[in-house]
Ligand binder design. Structure first.
Ligand SMILES: Cc1ncc(COP(=O)(O)O)c(C=O)c1O
Length: 378
């Protein structure tokens, strides 16, 4: 730390200069992120609750009430009038809390979790932290987990099975209805990781695959407001079907205004929860439908042009995530990066992955296709 004080004006001017060097969603070049520019109201709401701490919520009862309201609105969207939960640091913590609850409830000596091969890498961390053996079930041609394989892996040590509604790499939706039946048959916890898809699927046009509490076997769901919910980071969401499951992760707090905490993180901001609350109120279902329709329209524009241009899609996108291949896909991804595009190269599928978030406008998609065609010849 420097010895002398500096003026806030100078420090902010320096930060502003440095900030200019970071990427900005609004430039339309970030095609590899599940986050986006938060809604303008999110920033204002965040500022209002800037110093709140939901880890000591007796001091901030209003922020705590906002959290209950966000949880209840999202639980409602997920087909439950009574699900309970919290706004946490992200999808990783949400998945952690779900698996911790399942582990504590099942109380097995050598716990195992059956995961799709496409599960988010947070489960690797979680199994490592909780000393759980991960067992990976294979996928079908559309990159969805095979329910029969999941069922075959269940044994007396299994504490949970997991399905993903919107896989991180390809946006595939696992057959959660089939997994729910398996969960009921074996009386095992089914957790659905809808960190991304939970705020997309309900707003898609046409028939939507069931993935939430409307299915009896689903015991917990992750849905992150800081992804397609346009809320400020950190805002993940964990939802439990009933209080009994939530009670499995209760910790007594010896000196705070609350008697218990349920989240992994102790001190946690109420500002991003307020931002999520404000976005839900400002957009409503109507606003989310419009936003998702726009993302899907741009996704269709890109897939149509990718196919026209001779690229092959790994699967027809269900959500606003595209995986495609060219001739030398890794090289192509590098060339795109040289041209200022941020895409993911997914080595296990040898594909380029793009996430068509709300910050991607049609003109960005057009410019991307132009550069992609040029990059192919380099
Ligand atoms: C399906 C899924 N689950 C969990 C996560 C982890 O979320 P976070 O990065 O907010 O911890 C992600 C992140 O992209 C995700 O796509």
């Amino acid at each position: 730390m420097q010895q002398k004080s500096s003026s806030p004006k100078d420090v902010l001017a320096e930060l502003k200069k440095q900030r200019a060097l970071d990427q900005k969603y609004r430039d339309g070049r970030i095609l590899c992120s599940m986050c986006t520019t938060p809604h303008p109201v999110a920033k204002k709401a965040f500022d209002l609750f800037f110093e709140s701490n939901l880890g000591d919520s007796g001091l901030f009862p209003v922020a705590a009430q906002l959290e209950r309201e966000v949880v209840s609105q999202l639980a409602n969207l997920l087909g439950s009038e009574s699900a309970c939960g919290f706004i946490v640091s992200g999808g990783t913590e949400a998945n952690l809390l779900a698996i911790l609850a399942a582990k504590n409830m099942a109380n097995k000596e050598r716990p195992e979790v059956v995961l799709p091969q496409s599960a988010h890498f947070s489960f690797t961390k979680i199994c490592n932290m909780l000393n759980i053996k991960p067992v990976y079930a294979p996928l079908d041609d559309a990159y969805r987990v095979k329910p029969a394989a999941v069922e075959a892996f269940i044994n007396r040590n299994t504490v949970a099975i997991v399905g993903t509604a919107g896989t991180p790499e390809l946006g595939a939706i696992d057959p959660v209805d089939a997994l729910a039946k398996i969960a009921l048959r074996h009386d095992v916890h089914l957790h659905v990781d809808a960190a991304f898809g939970g705020l997309v699927i309900p707003f898609l046009e046409g028939t939507k695959p069931p993935f939430d509490f409307s299915l009896d076997g689903v015991r917990s769901v992750t849905v992150d407001p800081h992804k397609m919910g346009l809320a400020a980071i950190p805002a993940g969401g964990i939802f439990f079907r009933d209080q009994k499951t939530l009670d499995a992760i209760k910790t007594e707090t010896p000196y705070l205004t609350d008697s218990y905490q349920y989240t992994f993180v102790g001190t946690r901001t109420g500002a991003s929860t307020a931002s999520a609350w404000a976005v839900l109120r400002v957009l409503g279902r109507e606003g989310f439908q419009k936003m998702v329709a726009q993302c899907m329209k741009n996704t269709r524009y890109l897939t149509k042009n990718l196919e026209k241009g001779g690229f092959s899609l790994l699967c027809k996108p269900t959500l606003n995530i595209i995986g495609f291949r060219g001739e030398n896909t890794k090289h192509l991804a590098d060339q795109l990066r040289n041209r200022g595009w941020f895409v993911s190269y997914v080595s296990r599928y040898d594909c380029i992955r793009i996430v068509v978030m709300p910050h991607i406008r049609r003109r960005d998609a057009v410019a991307f296709m132009r550069d992609l065609k040029a990059a192919r010849t380099e």
